[in-house]
Write a new protein. Structure first.
Length: 346
């Protein structure tokens, strides 16, 4: 007696079932992706805050060793007015000889030994300027980049056009020192030096209460003892914007929307102000598309290190309504008007 053979045909997925499975997988990916992206950004924020903590610690170590903070820039080129120094022009000058005594370097060069970059610091030729040290100045230092923004110069975003030499492809920075609630730089393209954002000089004091200076000044060295408004209430360093002018704009309009970039070159590349409404018509606050002001790629605000080394996240909705507002006051170090982070609305 014969028995019917068991069928060797195995039933597979129908087209409808396959489409349902694909749809379910797509939904799961859609649910998981925001969580993954959020986790990545959280890690980037931690890394950025740690970068600022390391920079602040390096500055405090420098101050402890030298009884002062580093000057904002090592520069001698200037316009006719007092303190109208031009580090950008001095940094990019070619053919500099030792007798010229031209440097154009920034405070960031001075702290390299304190962030384990002594090899760059030791190799730097002090008898010439930034362009004369081009190979070193183009070095990418990971701790000078915010990972939420970039890990190097983004040619696709024209970052290289903000460097002292547009052929360079490295040496950027996303952090800067605080100059206070002052006008830090000239923004007019009609300036006698040109549109290079030279220091404003006499703009360091303007209408308002008290002294407005921050810890970083063009060629002055500040001591920790001079910070009279409290170390925890005074911004030392923070994140900076990286701006390119809008297409079709020219003159002052384009200049006020143009950042400079580079850890080695002094000036706007690694300095910012907390002012509102100074002679440059600074709108104040963070992420305001104005070249003097700080800003970040983090949602809702940016990281700042205070003079005591602590790192804080300050909301972009912080009061910056005028030059005596909470954010403005956090930038000045000895005006007698103590502002605190408790008032910053974080």
């Amino acid at each position: 007696m014969s028995h019917p053979r068991a069928s060797s045909h195995r039933r597979g997925f129908s087209l409808v079932e396959l489409l349902v499975v694909i749809a379910i997988i797509a939904v799961l990916i859609g649910m998981l992706l925001p969580a993954v992206q959020s986790a990545r950004e959280s890690a980037r924020r931690i890394s950025c805050a740690n970068n600022l903590r390391q920079i602040a610690t390096a500055l405090l170590q420098f101050e402890s060793s030298n009884s002062r903070f580093p000057k904002a820039a090592d520069v001698t080129d200037k316009d006719t007015c007092a303190d109208c120094y031009d580090p950008w022009g001095e940094a990019r000058r070619t053919g500099v000889a030792p007798s010229d005594k031209k440097r154009g370097t920034s405070w960031m060069l001075e702290i390299l030994p304190h962030i384990e970059e002594n090899s760059i610091y030791s190799a730097w030729n002090r008898e010439t300027n930034v362009v004369g040290n081009a190979a070193l100045a183009q070095t990418d230092i990971a701790g000078f980049y915010c990972p939420s923004r970039r890990s190097g110069i983004r040619v696709g975003n024209d970052d290289h056009l903000n460097l002292v030499d547009s052929s360079w492809r490295g040496g950027g920075t996303d952090y800067g020192g605080c100059m206070g609630r002052v006008q830090g730089f000239v923004s007019s393209a009609a300036d006698t030096i040109d549109a290079r954002h030279r220091f404003a000089g006499t703009g360091f004091t303007f209408a308002g209460s008290g002294r407005h200076e921050g810890i970083f000044r063009p060629t002055a060295a500040i001591t920790a003892a001079a910070i009279q408004d409290g170390m925890s209430n005074t911004i030392l360093v923070g994140e900076v914007q990286r701006l390119r002018p809008l297409s079709g704009t020219t003159g002052t309009v384009a200049d006020e929307r143009t950042s400079q970039d580079g850890w080695a070159v002094g000036g706007n590349a690694n300095l910012f102000v907390t002012a509102t409404g100074n002679p440059n018509h600074n709108p104040g606050g963070l992420n305001n598309l104005f070249f003097e002001s700080p800003g970040s790629e983090h949602v809702g605000g940016g990281f700042f290190a205070m003079a005591d080394g602590s790192v804080q996240f300050i909301s972009e909705f912080v009061d910056a309504s005028d030059n005596n507002s909470v954010f403005a006051l956090l930038g000045s170090m000895s005006d007698g008007f103590v502002s605190s982070l408790a008032l910053a609305g974080n």
